[in-house]
Design a protein around this ligand. Structure first.
Ligand SMILES: [Zn+2]
Length: 315
């Protein structure tokens, strides 16, 4: 073990409000950051077919090629594309979302950056949309183990006997000391859970779950799982290393965040909130400030950006 204690404070480099004000005083500074991030080796001009010098166009959020005058818009292919909201407000909203541990409501973003509720809500939605990630299968031999658990989130109607009606099932898989994957699912049937295990947990892993019968099939999946269970129904929560406290801790974090802020979170939206919480959780040991990690996600996955063609060696 490398002595990574999950209780130890992460040594993330702080990025304070003052740091933010200094680094991003205006729209121009934000656009400049975007340009440097998207074109670290200089801006490639498709007309000149090479990397050329570009200068800022005063009247628009774009740069123009010094040689031919062709315009490049760094916001194209990012979440800022075609948004009438100034870039600095976008950066500020991202800063707010990245700085909280338990999430922030659109209402609070509205108050802090001074846009309408509708705009704040859309911005939050866009920012969340960029936090989706596939952290790949977890565990494997040599791993301290993977915890798997399921829970419910969403609207709870007072007085309704089946309290899980109107709620969305969530299944989580977390590697101890490592990353988490949390998925909103249609149900918590055995086939759903085992399907997720197959996709998210590497063969030969130690898998910790509670006693729920849906997990019975884990040992018969032919993946060499070492399945260890804790019997919550008998009020036993830890036996040696057998527990699901890591994933329960994450559920608590999400529940605290969602409580009082979102009264009824639909299936689709819930997944985007789970992505946000997972994204932050998966970077808790990073030294890079969370704000930087968030900023680096602004480019949309399917964005096509012109770059210098790779030189192919002649035969
Ligand atoms: Zn050019």
């Amino acid at each position: 073990m490398k002595g990574r204690n999950s209780n130890a404070k992460p040594n993330m480099i702080p990025f304070t409000v003052q740091d933010f004000e200094r680094a991003f005083p205006n729209d121009a500074a934000c656009l400049e950051w975007l340009r440097n991030y998207l074109y670290p080796d200089g801006v490639y001009c498709i007309k000149c077919a090479r990397v050329t010098k570009h200068h800022r166009v005063k009247s628009r959020p774009s740069y123009s090629c010094d040689s031919c005058g062709h315009h490049v818009h760094p916001t194209a292919g990012t979440i800022f594309h075609k948004s009438p909201t100034p870039l600095r407000l976008w950066f500020h909203a991202i800063y707010l979302l990245a700085s909280t541990r338990c999430g922030i409501s659109a209402k609070q973003v509205q108050r802090e950056i001074g846009v309408t509720y509708k705009t704040a809500w859309r911005m939050c939605k866009q920012i969340r949309s960029m936090l989706e990630e596939d952290c790949g299968p977890l565990g494997g031999s040599g791993s301290p183990g993977v915890e798997m658990d399921e829970t419910y989130y969403g609207g709870h109607i007072r007085g309704v006997s089946n309290k899980n009606k109107n709620k969305t099932c969530v299944v989580g898989v977390v590697e101890r000391g490592g990353k988490i994957s949390a998925l909103a699912t249609l149900d918590k049937s055995s086939s759903t859970l085992l399907g997720i295990a197959k996709e998210k947990i590497l063969p030969e892993s130690v898998v910790f779950t509670d006693e729920a019968t849906m997990y019975d099939g884990l040992t018969h999946m032919n993946r060499g799982y070492d399945h260890r269970r804790i019997h919550h129904s008998t009020k036993v929560y830890v036996v040696g290393t057998t527990h699901t406290n890591t994933i329960e801790g994450f559920w608590g974090l999400v529940k605290n965040g969602l409580r009082g802020v979102f009264h009824s979170v639909g299936h689709h939206y819930l997944q985007s909130y789970l992505n946000e919480y997972s994204f932050r959780y998966n970077r808790r040991h990073d030294t890079e400030p969370m704000f930087q990690s968030f900023l680096k996600q602004v480019e949309k996955r399917d964005a096509v950006r012109w770059q210098a063609p790779v030189e192919v060696e002649p035969f």
